[in-house]
Design a protein around this ligand. Structure first.
Ligand code: C2E
Ligand code: CA
Ligand code: CA
Length: 511
């Protein structure tokens, strides 16, 4: 997976996550809001029923109760009351299980069909009955002394209430063992919790039920803009996250992982004197990456310097150099001179680790006559504050030498030379490359070499690739020589084999 596709996957994950969380939160809100809405609407229905039935009872007590024992007096008033009320279809009086007075059947006696009437007020449902011509009638029964007063209530008041603008939930009435639905149908049923949430009412059992479809409709109609905002917001966050991830320097994390797995190794490039004696090596970092193979330092050193990982890389190089060279200290001592040059960046100078690691190297190779050199590049400005200068002074007190690397490429060297005594000057490869190219370029190289000579510091020329360059540099009094012409940077074991063991063996054969 490439870096970009990993980042895109992370961004996509974030977008999905925000949407899921956002939709869940809004859905919770929809759930609460719809339940509240359904509850309030159901309560309104309940109040309406109470109002209708309550006013019927009040009318009875005010206008009819006094005539209940005299049908002839009762009927005209009852008919008037029945006509005046849109809900009351009939009023019937019964006693001793006998109907003796009715606005429909007048004073004809009939058997009263309802049993177990509770004292007080109750609402009963009659699917079909001789009390009323039409079926589906509700009876509001009021017991007054021994008389049962029956108000035939038209079912339309209930079905009207049930169907009035109740798109988001299903209200249900449970009356007298019957379940009355929104469409007016009734069905004998026993009371169970499946009917939904109950609302308390004196006359009926009122329920409201909310289905998934109701939640969807309610959410889409009332909260659509919330879903839209979440979607837009998630894409906005995704875009910000993408830019943020793209700006992160992932190499720094990779370097940290590489350090943990000790993937940074030293490569040593030999350095020679003018008689072609090997007189030391420059230690160059290599990153042996398990996926990308060997990575050149130019790719990771700037990141390592910025993040401070350069201190740890230096430490790992030192450890490996000690480990590799320690068994060959006697071989090293046979060399005319031996310089071990490490590259350091200026932030390392004020870091305590550098001095500690240098001491560790000197102590680790204590039976070896060698000179530790730190190459400080002038390609970037070397800060000349107290902290950096003190850092260098402390290193020099330990006998460590300082080389000004890439000499001639920067601008700070001359002022720098005033403050610190530099031990070596390294002429950059870019100048070596100019040798023999054009006359005027030769002049530039000659100028740099002249300047180095006048400063009076030994000169190391790097990047020598052919004999012409070597001869030119010899003529211009360079002191040390480094380049592919003599040897490329190699792993430490290879360096030992090529430059320490083989020459020693060759020498022992000749003697
Ligand atoms: P540098 O200090 O100027 O090192 C010399 C570079 O030139 C090395 O590249 C070396 O392999 C290359 N070189 C030497 N002779 C020849 C030659 O004849 N022909 C050609 N074409 N190249 C030659 P390398 O190893 O890739 O290092 C590049 C730079 O990375 C170094 O430049 C140095 O500034 C930096 N570097 C390497 N290791 C470290 C380290 O451990 N710490 C720090 N701070 N910087 C390092
Ligand atoms: Ca160098
Ligand atoms: Ca250089």
């Amino acid at each position: 997976m490439t870096k970009k596709s990993t980042i895109l996957s992370a961004v996509l994950l974030l977008i999905v996550l925000i949407n899921v969380i956002g939709y869940l939160l809004v859905s919770c809100r929809v759930y609460v809001a719809l339940n509240q809405y359904a509850y309030e609407q159901s309560e309104q229905i309940s109040n309406k029923i109470n109002e209708i039935l309550g006013s019927t009872i009040t009318t009875y007590y005010n206008d009819l109760d006094r005539y209940k024992l005299n049908c002839d007096q009762f009927l005209p008033v009852a008919k008037q009351v029945s006509l005046a009320s849109p809900y009351t279809r009939s009023i019937t009086l019964a006693a001793d299980q006998t109907i003796y007075c009715s606005t429909i059947t007048l004073n004809a006696k009939q058997k009263y069909p309802i049993k177990n009437v509770k004292p007080g007020v109750s609402l009963r449902y009659i699917a079909s009955s001789p009390l009323v011509k039409k079926s589906d009638v509700f009876l509001l029964i009021v017991t007054s002394d021994d008389v049962l007063v029956n108000f035939g209530i038209d079912s339309f008041i209930f079905t009207n209430l049930l169907s009035a603008d109740m798109n988001f939930f299903t209200p249900l009435f449970y009356i007298d063992g019957y379940l009355i639905a929104k469409n007016g149908t009734s069905q004998a049923s026993s009371l169970t919790l499946d009917h939904g949430h109950p609302i308390s009412n004196a006359y009926i059992n009122l329920f409201y039920r909310i289905d998934t479809e109701n939640y969807l409709n309610f959410g889409l109609i009332n909260y659509a803009y919330f879903y839209l905002i979440i979607t837009v917001f998630s894409f906005f966050c995704g875009a910000v996250f993408y830019l943020f991830l793209m700006r992160i320097d992932w190499t720094v994390f990779a370097i940290a992982r590489g350090l943990k797995k000790r993937q940074f190794v030293p490569y040593l490039q030999p350095v020679f004197d003018k008689h072609r004696n090997m007189v030391g090596a420059e230690v160059l970092a290599r990153w042996l990456h398990p996926k990308h193979g060997m990575i050149a330092p130019d790719t990771f050193i700037p990141n390592a310097e910025r993040s401070g990982h350069i201190n740890h890389i230096f430490c790992q190089l030192v450890d490996q150099v000690i480990l590799g060279l320690k068994p060959f200290q006697t071989h090293i001592n046979q060399c005319k001179e031996f310089h071990l040059a490490f590259n350091v960046s200026s932030p390392q100078l004020k870091h305590f680790d550098l001095l500690r690691d240098c001491k560790h190297l000197i102590y680790g190779l204590n039976r070896c006559h060698f000179e530790l050199v730190l190459e400080l590049t002038e390609r970037v400005q070397i800060p000349q504050d107290e902290l950096h200068i003190q850092g260098i002074i402390k290193l020099k007190k330990q006998g460590i030498r300082i080389a000004l690397d890439d000499f001639g490429t920067g601008h700070s060297s001359l002022t720098y030379l005033k403050n610190i005594k530099i031990d070596y000057l390294k002429i950059d490869k870019s100048f070596t490359d100019m040798i023999g190219e054009e006359e005027f370029k030769d002049h530039i190289v000659a100028n740099v070499l002249d300047l180095a000579e006048r400063i009076g510091v030994p000169v190391v020329a790097e990047g020598i690739e052919n004999q012409y360059q070597e001869q030119y540099l010899l003529n211009r009094h360079a002191d040390y020589f480094q380049g592919y012409y003599y040897g490329r940077p190699v792993a430490i074991d290879e360096f030992i084999r090529l430059y320490l063991i083989q020459p020693a063996e060759a020498q022992s054969k000749t003697t």
